[in-house]
Structures are given as structure tokens and as C-alpha cells.
Write a protein that binds this ligand. Sequence first.
Ligand SMILES: N=c1c2ncn([C@@H]3O[C@H](COP(=O)(O)OP(=O)(O)OP(=O)(O)O)[C@@H](O)[C@H]3O)c2ncn1[C@@H]1O[C@H](COP(=O)(O)O)[C@@H](O)[C@H]1O
Length: 108
Amino acid sequence: MATDQHTLARLFATIEARKGADPTSSYTAKLFGKGKAKIAQKLGEEATETVIAAMQGDTAEIAAESADLLYHLLVLWAETGVAPDDVWAILDQREGTSGIAEKASRKE
Ligand SMILES: N=c1c2ncn([C@@H]3O[C@H](COP(=O)(O)OP(=O)(O)OP(=O)(O)O)[C@@H](O)[C@H]3O)c2ncn1[C@@H]1O[C@H](COP(=O)(O)O)[C@@H](O)[C@H]1O
């Protein structure tokens, strides 16, 4: 199966199911226990590590850090009540609209 939205949807369901789980056996439950600020901090750290991997030109490390980044982003969505489908809908709405054209339309 292609690794795409289906993978992210399954991961998000797993993350949601970890709410209230044992934090000694679930990293996700431990993160939920630490709260939004800590989850956001971890997301920022993983983003920075992805940037560092990119600057080092290490393709395998970029992929690994990107996986960490996506996982922590989904934990943040779960914590803040964002539904993945809402994000996919925004991306779908934007499909076919150039970012340059979209930015120009905002300046009018
Ligand atoms: N995809 C992931 C995933 N990606 C990264 N991580 C964890 O994210 C952490 C990031 O590493 P760090 O060294 O930055 O974290 P840390 O030092 O432990 O954290 P802090 O001390 O900074 O709080 C590691 O513990 C990784 O194991 C993940 N943990 C879980 N998942 C998925 O979530 C599912 C549920 O996991 P549990 O909640 O642990 O059961 C798993 O089956 C996986 O599918």
C-alpha cells in the first residue's frame, strides 16, 4: 500500500486511542500527559532536526526526522481537536491553485 493519507489516518486513530492509556507503556500517552506546550515544543524540535538533516544532505535522516515530525504533528492535532479530514479538505481546496497566484490574490 502506498504510504499516504491512509498511513496518517491509521496513525491518527492509534494516537487518539492512546488518550487515557498508561504513560509508562505508551509514549503518546506520556506526551498527552505533559500537555499542549510540551507537544508543541517536541514538534518544533523535530522540525529543527529535519532542517538540520536537510542541510547535511542526509536523505535517509531527512526521511526519519520527517516521520518523527509527522507523528508529533498528529499528536498536536489530537491534543487540539483538529480532524485530519479538515486538513486534507484545505489541501484539496488548494489543489491546482499556484501558491504564487494565491499570494498575489491576498495582496489585492
Ligand atoms: N510514529 C511514532 C513515533 N515516532 C517517533 N516516536 C517517538 O518519539 C520520540 C522522539 O524521540 P526523542 O528522543 O526526541 O524523545 P524523548 O527524548 O523520549 O522525549 P523528551 O524526553 O524530549 O520528552 C521517541 O521516543 C520515539 O519513539 C513515536 N512514537 C510512536 N509512534 C507511533 O505511535 C504508536 C503508538 O505509540 P505508543 O504511544 O508509544 O504506544 C506507535 O505504534 C507508532 O505507530
